[in-house]
Design a protein around this ligand. Structure first.
Ligand code: ASP
Ligand code: ASP
Length: 364
């Protein structure tokens, strides 16, 4: 059973193929409007989201399939205390594929462990958001024509911005990619992303607190919203909320072919005056989301003809149970206490273990 929890669950060849299929769907929508007839997608949204949920539902309906689900935890049995595992055991009997968003990190991993149908992670806390990344990759391929030899600036909330984490993981697999990480000190990229995808692979990167200083070297500028809902204190959010703003003035120092991306929704981090700049791609990017999700649903249901063969990489990293307790307040284990505390060896040399669900480093 294939699931999409982390963007790295797909090989680069599979991603290319998905974008090819998405392009074909965009060009010939009629060819695809019955391919999921009698299939059901369940959208389990424990955290409200309009954009992603509607994009999944529209994708399934455009393929001729049906949709059921809930759009907030209060309208599901979670409000009665049902665990993710129990909900999934039941829903996988009702649907052919599941898209799930959850405020707790690692919840889709728990879902995948209990599901008899494919599970798609539609965003788990501040962790990952792989289908946004597919949308981002489709945008990059369309606008830049390649994935390699690009300097990518990621700006804003790199700590809680799950779309940033997934995009870095995906882009780190291509040759000659450089990352420029632009954020205030308090919102820097978490260790699990930096270590796993950048430093351990010897990929070149720099960190900066000033967008102005680095904008001139970028091929892609990926702007993000400060993730208010992940902050423990409102004062901390208020202190940081205006830290990285893209203005038309700053765009004057950017390359003529740099593209500006943003997963949306935008709050104030991109001045409206930038929208009319031909380098602004964020609305186009949102539009691609539907097609690439259609391609993904088809893939996971085994409906793509001549799909790329896939051999799962063997993961031999040892897991220890009950030795450490996850200290991340956003981890699924923080609310579901019966889940086993499981940690995987991430860095043998330095004996670093990370939580199997949310990837937070063990407490020493
Ligand atoms: N974070 C939400 C999403 O991805 C934002 C929204 O609902 O517009 O859908
Ligand atoms: N829509 C994206 C997400 O759900 C970005 C955001 O909400 O800022 O992560």
């Amino acid at each position: 059973m294939r699931h999409l929890i982390n963007i790295l669950d797909l090989s680069v060849d599979e991603i290319d193929k998905l974008i090819d299929v998405a392009d074909d769907i965009m060009a010939n929508p009629d060819k695809y409007n019955e391919v999921c007839r009698h299939k059901i997608l369940a959208t389990l949204f424990y955290e409200p989201s309009t954009r992603t949920r509607l994009s999944f539902e529209s994708a399934m309906m455009s393929l001729g399939g049906n949709v059921l689900g809930f759009s907030e935890a209060t309208s599901s049995s979670a409000s009665k205390g049902e665990t993710v595992a129990d909900t999934i055991e039941m829903v996988s009997g009702y649907a052919d594929i599941i898209a799930m968003r959850h405020p707790k990190e690692g919840a889709p991993i728990v879902a995948a462990m209990h599901s008899t149908v494919s599970v798609i992670n539609a965003g788990d806390g501040g962790h990952y958001h792989p289908t946004q990344t597919l949308t981002d990759l489709m945008t990059i391929r369309h606008e830049k024509g390649r994935f390699d030899n690009l300097t990518i600036g990621l700006c804003g909330d790199l700590k809680f911005g799950r779309t940033v984490h997934s995009l870095i993981g995906a882009m780190a697999r291509y040759e000659g990619v450089r990352f420029v990480l632009i954020s205030p000190e308090a919102l820097r990229l978490p260790g699990f992303v930096k270590h796993e995808y950048i430093t351990s692979k010897g990929i070149s990167y720099e960190e900066s607190e000033s967008l102005e200083e680095v904008i001139g070297k970028l091929d892609i500028l990926y702007m993000t919203r400060i993730q208010r809902e992940r902050f423990v204190s409102e004062d901390e959010y208020l202190a940081l909320k205006d830290s990285c703003i893209l203005t038309a003035e700053k765009m004057k120092s950017a390359k003529p072919d740099m593209i500006v991306m943003h997963p949306l929704p935008r709050v104030n981090e991109i001045e409206v005056a930038v929208d009319s700049d031909q380098r602004a791609c964020y609305f186009k990017q949102a539009h691609y989301g539907r097609y690439v999700r259609m391609a993904l649903i088809m893939k996971l249901l085994g409906l793509i003809e001549n799909d790329v063969p896939y051999t799962p990489a063997e993961d031999k990293k040892p897991i220890v149970y009950g030795v450490y307790t996850c200290r991340n307040p956003r981890c699924i284990t923080s609310i579901e206490h019966e889940l086993p505390q499981a940690f995987k060896l991430a860095d043998k040399e330095n004996s670093i273990y990370r939580c199997v669900y949310c990837e937070t480093r063990q407490n020493r």
